[in-house]
Each structure stands twice: as structure tokens, then as C-alpha cells.
Design a protein around this ligand. Structure first.
Ligand SMILES: [Zn+2]
Length: 124
């Protein structure tokens, strides 16, 4: 299995750091908007990340549990440091670059993620 290139890792790392920064701002804004019951996405946010899907996944995740996402972002940054980034934690397979670009803190490949969501994934 080819490891992600240094350039790709650098890109993912920058992505994660931007995400982390964005999360902080976002959480504040979200708390704001929750108070006003207004969860609208502004156009400049879409431009900033250049991808609706990414933003959508990001926001869904954020609404589900923003602290959990933040923790996962930190873990992903750690994995970059330890050289295990881009590897599925369940099957040890390679997580496709496209998936990492959409979800830079992804822990699992697509099929393991589905298993995890269906509760089919073992403890190991
Ligand atoms: Zn997997």
C-alpha cells in the first residue's frame, strides 16, 4: 500500500489545522445561531472550502458533536506526526485520498465506517 506523499500529508495537515481553527469560530457562531434558531450557511463559507459536500459533512458532524469532531481532528494530526495517517483503524487498509480530502479526520475507510455505523465493527 502506498503511503500518502509528503505533499499530500502537508495538505491534509493544513486542512486539519484550518478545520480546527474553523471549528472554534464555528462553535461560537453555532451557539449564537442556536439561540436565534437560524442555522443558515453563508456563501463565504462555501467559498472558503470550495466544496459543498465537505461543508455538508463538516456541518452534519459539527451539529452531531462538535467536541467529538475536534478530538478526532487532534487525533488525525497526531497520526500525521506518527506516520499512521491515512490508514483505516479497523482493517489497516488505505483510506482513499478523495475520502481524506472530504473528511480529513476520517478514522476508517468507507466500508469500515459503514460497519461502525451499523455496529458491526468489533473492538479491535
Ligand atoms: Zn477499513
Amino acid at each position: 500500500m502506498p503511503k500518502p506523499s509528503k505533499a499530500a500529508l502537508k495538505k491534509h495537515r493544513e486542512h486539519l489545522l484550518a478545520l480546527l481553527q474553523h471549528l472554534g469560530v464555528k462553535i461560537e457562531r453555532m451557539e449564537d445561531s442556536v439561540l436565534r434558531s437560524d442555522g443558515e450557511t453563508s456563501a463565504d463559507e462555501v467559498d472558503e472550502f470550495g466544496s459543498d459536500t465537505y461543508l455538508q459533512e463538516f456541518q452534519v458532524g459539527l451539529i452531531e458533536n462538535e467536541d467529538e469532531i475536534r478530538r478526532q481532528v487532534f487525533e488525525a494530526l497526531e497520526r500525521i506526526e506518527t506516520g499512521t495517517y491515512g490508514r483505516c483503524e479497523a482493517c489497516r487498509g488505505e483510506i482513499p485520498t478523495r475520502r481524506l480530502e472530504a473528511l480529513p479526520y476520517a478514522r476508517y475507510c468507507v466500508s469500515c465506517q459503514q460497519k461502525a455505523e451499523n455496529g458491526e465493527l468489533g473492538d479491535d
